[in-house]
Design a protein around this ligand. Structure first.
Ligand code: PLP
Length: 454
């Protein structure tokens, strides 16, 4: 059976091991890659993919991996979702590009309307479409600066906002994201994040969200001055930082402080957005209404698209020509986004994220009961993680995370390692995965822990 015959969406939903992973064909491709591709671009598992759909990835050797990564929270509607593929194909047959800044087309407007409707709050909104999460974050900062006439941007420990110059400055982790790439953009200030697992242990008591927010507010007042701050940019659940869910009350307290001081509150929902956490946007879990929301990853079922959506009076501050880009809101990408949004709304995927979340939490807690190295289980919906430490301590255990991920990969389960300390296994499967595949993947992970700790 060729890939064209099956189509990604018709792949049999099973784990399949045909060769060692990566197999001979993947290793051949990897050798070519080493000669042709810049080594700065790394891959978690060099099994070359030829088809994907539902909850599996098929590699060039015919192995089928269970996908717990969704291409980093991108293929939330599944890889090769028929609604996405049909709309993108139809658009490609009509035309591929005009540049929205030259000749507009309806799809761009439709996606803007959908984002204005779906993002938190029922105030009047506007949207600009872009190509990547980093570009969305950059544009949110540009817009906030013009609107406020202020410069400073407040970001957080463990934050990840991208790889461009401004977003490197906003990202927390030095290696591999920043080291050697400076000098970085100025007027970026880093505040302490609410990190319940480590905060509570350090304090010897539960640190409330309000107390964690008070640390941030004190830092801003003392080091910057609230009336010089243009924007406060925060991931409502941190992604690359290690799926850190702030203590309840932290986000509302910061949103309130921002509002009281004329600071634009920007929720970076690039990773947590689009049904992933069991709500359309992660901000909803605590009833936050951000001034601006940045989106990308899950927006278009795998095609490159990103957006800034926000209050009309803030978005309207930038004059004609101040925002845009050659490819921003590409016709095929907006068609795909309309398909993905239809899938989120019509196929019950928000509820499915909550169901998947219940299975993930159960299986993570079962790992924790067996292996004391699992220090913390955290997340929301289909965005869950385990933080690994050395036994009876808080000391990060990146070696264990790596060993388990390697065992998983060799046994056809794709799992991603993340976190500031490289000691977090994150689980973010496509929402089209079956319960059976999830359980099978966790059986493999359990074996991986047992093997690594033996
Ligand atoms: C991935 C990510 C980005 C950067 O997105 P790119 O599309 O890789 O530029 C920004 N913010 C968050 C929260 C992300 O997870």
């Amino acid at each position: 059976m060729t890939v064209l015959e099956t189509g990604g969406d018709q792949l049999p939903q099973e784990r399949r091991i045909v060769t060692e992973i990566p197999g001979p064909r993947s290793r051949e491709l990897e050798a070519r890659r080493k000669r042709a591709v810049a080594p700065g671009v790394a891959s978690s598992l060099p099994a070359y993919i030829v088809a994907a759909g539902g909850g599996v990835l098929r590699d060039a050797d015919g192995n089928q991996l269970i996908d717990l990564g969704s291409g980093i929270a991108v293929t939330t509607v599944g890889n090769a979702n028929p609604r996405v593929v049909a709309r993108a194909k139809e658009q490609l047959d009509a035309f591929t590009h005009t540049c929205f800044m030259v000749n507009p087309y309806e799809g761009y407007v439709e996606v803007a309307e959908a984002l204005n409707r779906l993002t938190p709050g029922d105030h009047e909104k506007r949207t600009v479409l872009l190509n990547s999460g980093a570009e969305a974050v950059e544009n949110a900062v540009k817009i906030a600066r013009v609107h406020t006439g202020r410069n400073a941007v407040v970001v957080f420990d463990h934050a990840y906002h991208g790889r461009t110059n401004l977003t490197m400055a906003m990202t927390s982790k030095a290696a591999p994201y920043k080291k050697g790439f400076g000098p970085f953009a100025g007027e970026v200030y880093r505040a302490p994040m609410s990190y319940p697992y480590r905060d509570d242990a350090a304090a010897g008591t539960k640190v409330s969200g309000e107390d964690a927010a008070a640390r941030v507010i004190e830092m801003i007042d003392r080091q910057i001055g609230a009336d010089d701050v243009a924007a406060l940019v925060i991931e409502p659940i941190q992604g690359e930082g290690g799926f850190i869910v702030p203590a309840e009350g932290f986000l509302p307290a910061l949103a309130e402080y921002a509002k009281a001081n004329g600071i634009v509150f920007v929720a970076d929902e690039v990773q947590a957005g689009f049904a992933r956490t069991g709500a359309m946007f992660a901000s909803e879990h605590e009833g936050i209404v951000p001034d601006l929301v940045t989106t990308a990853k899950g927006i278009a079922g795998g095609l490159p698209l990103a957006a800034v959506t926000g209050r009309a009076e803030i978005m309207d501050a930038v004059g004609a020509g101040g925002l845009g880009g050659t490819y921003g809101g590409n016709p095929a990408a907006v068609a795909a986004a309309l398909g993905a949004i239809e899938a989120y709304e019509s196929d019950g995927l928000v509820a499915r994220a909550r169901e998947i979340g219940e299975i993930l939490v159960k299986r993570c807690e079962r790992l924790q009961a067996q292996f004391p190295e699992v220090g913390d289980v955290r997340g929301r919906g289909a965005m869950q993680a385990v933080e690994l430490v050395r036994r009876d301590s808080l000391e990060p255990n990146p070696e264990l995370a790596k060993a388990v991920a390697q065992h998983a990969g060799a046994n056809a389960v794709l799992v991603l390692v993340t976190g500031t300390f490289g000691n977090v296994l994150r689980f973010l499967p496509p929402l089209t995965i079956s319960d059976a595949l999830l359980h099978e993947a966790f059986d493999v992970l359990e074996e991986g822990f047992a093997a690594a700790l033996r």
